[in-house]
Structures are given as C-alpha cells and as structure tokens.
Design a protein around this ligand. Structure first.
Ligand SMILES: CC(C)(COP(=O)(O)OP(=O)(O)OC[C@H]1O[C@@H](n2cnc3c(N)ncnc32)[C@H](O)[C@@H]1OP(=O)(O)O)[C@@H](O)C(=O)NCCC(=O)NCCS
Length: 241
C-alpha cells in the first residue's frame, strides 16, 4: 500500500525523533494516517492544513494535534518602488563578504535569537534545538553561491540589520531578516528588502518567496509594505505520539 506520510530524514536526524510530514488530511484518510503513524512508529508528523478546510481542522482538534504555526507564504513578482529618507541614507548597506568570519559569526548569533519566533520554539519538544536549527539555516543561506545576504551598517561599523536569501531554479527565497531593536520602525527592514529583491531579480529570479508566521505582525507588515503579496496561509500542526 502506498505510504501517505513522507519521512523527513534531515529533521529526524537533527531532532533525534522519527519525523514526517503530511498534507491532505480528510475524513477518508484520517484512519489510514493514524494507522500508518503508529505502525511506522513516527514520533511526530508535521500536518499541513488549509485554514478553510473545516474537516481537517475538526480531525486535528479531535485528535489533539498541536497547532504550532500559521504559516504565511508571500510572493513577489515585480520590482519594488524605492522608498528613501535621510535616515536610511545615513547607513551603509553591504553585500556580505563570505570571507569575513566576524560578520558570519555575528549573523549566526543573530539567527539563534531569531529562532524565538519559529514554530519549533513554540513546541516544548523541539524548543531546545530551535536556535541551533536557525544557526544552521543561516549558514546554509550564507553559503548559497547564487543567493545574497545584505548587511545594514551604522556609523560605528556595527551591524544593525541583515537580510539573507537563496536562489534556486530562478526562484529567490528570503530566509532571515533582522533589525536591531533600537533601529526598528524606521524603514531599514523595508530598505534591505527592496535591495535584496532588486538583486535577486538582477541575478535571474522570476519570482521571490518568503515565509513568516501569522503571529509575527511586524514581519507580515514589512513584506506587504514592500510589495510581497500573500500567496497561501497554512495551519501547521505537530502530531506527537
Ligand atoms: C521584522 C523586522 C525585520 C522589521 O524591520 P524594521 O526595520 O522595523 O522594518 P520597517 O521599519 O521597514 O517597518 C516594518 C513594519 O514594522 C513595524 N514597526 C513599526 N514600528 C516598530 C517598532 N518600533 N518596532 C518594531 N516594529 C515596528 C511596522 O508595522 C512597520 O510597518 P509600517 O511602516 O507600515 O507601520 C524587525 O521588526 C525585526 O527584526 N523583528 C525581529 C526579527 C523577525 O521577526 N524577523 C522576521 C522573521 S525571520
């Protein structure tokens, strides 16, 4: 019989649990899903559900699935309109020099902090490794030879913001974005997003995607402000044994 749960090797090895993913939950396959879950000794399956799919939501509620995240996926198809102001022009924006170990160490550290907004930090059984996962993710982004990472630097040569992206098969993906707390709400996030979108289009991207969590108001506002449009919202449940 064909399997409906997709085993996730990287996640299983990293977290030390047998982890899978599944989308398409409904009344016809719920029993099959649960049987396969227990027969194959999964510890956790990420179940992706459309927010309008009341049947799947009902099954999830009745079986105590843990709602870990409402994931918002945005897409960008055209170039941004530039917003400029004197404050933004007082900062320097640099493309990360991958040979600069100092900058890479700082970004790894910031990525660890950023993990606090992730669905893994909201699940007590993943929480401990969430920051490590974000550090690895930051490293993968910085290592991507087609993607780009931009830094915002203040007059004291301090990194006050960064944004990182990858580019694969003409699809750009913005992975991580961060602005130092004291500098938020002044347009640095938007400026860096504009710059990265333009660079990705220059490098041949046909579309650019970014994912965030519904609970992250500032990130949702940022992406909408610079011209990303909501493509999809998904409920992500963690179903544990
Ligand atoms: C998301 C983030 C990068 C935005 O950076 P930013 O430089 O503040 O962005 P902008 O100034 O362009 O503003 C974007 C939105 O942030 C919100 N914002 C406004 N004032 C703010 C403040 N004092 N502090 C935080 N956010 C503020 C606003 O909603 C703003 O939209 P608006 O201008 O239409 O009102 C920043 O808040 C951040 O680093 N957050 C923590 C990390 C994070 O959540 N990253 C995204 C997931 S990886």
């Amino acid at each position: 019989m064909t399997k409906i749960i997709n085993k996730l090797k990287w996640d299983s090895d990293f977290f030390g649990f047998k982890i899978g993913s599944f989308s398409g939950l409904d009344y016809d396959n719920a029993e099959k899903f649960l049987k396969e879950f227990y027969d194959n000794k999964f510890d956790c399956v990420y179940v992706f559900v459309d927010p309008n799919d009341f049947n799947a939501i009902d099954i999830a509620a009745k079986n105590n699935f843990f709602l870990a995240d409402i994931q918002m996926t945005y897409e960008f198809h055209s170039r941004p309109q530039k917003i400029k102001n004197a404050f933004l022009e007082s900062l320097a924006y640099e493309i990360l020099d991958v040979s600069s170990e100092d900058h890479k160490i700082k970004i790894r550290m910031l990525a660890r902090e950023l993990s606090s907004v992730s669905r893994f930090s909201f699940d007590p059984r993943f929480k401990n490794l969430s920051s490590k996962m974000y550090e690895i993710w930051a490293d993968n982004i910085m290592r991507d030879k087609d993607g780009v990472t931009i830094l915002a630097i203040d007059a004291n040569k301090k990194i006050v913001g960064f944004i990182g992206s990858t580019l694969k098969q003409n699809i750009g993906n913005v992975g991580l974005v961060w602005v130092s707390e004291a500098f938020r709400g002044r347009g640095i996030g938007a400026e860096m997003s504009d710059q990265i979108v333009s660079l990705l289009f220059d490098k041949g991207a046909e579309k650019i995607t970014v994912k965030t969590q519904l609970r992250n108001n500032f990130a949702n506002r940022l992406y909408q402000k610079v011209g990303f449009r909501l493509k999809e919202a998904k409920l992500i449940y963690h179903f544990w044994r």
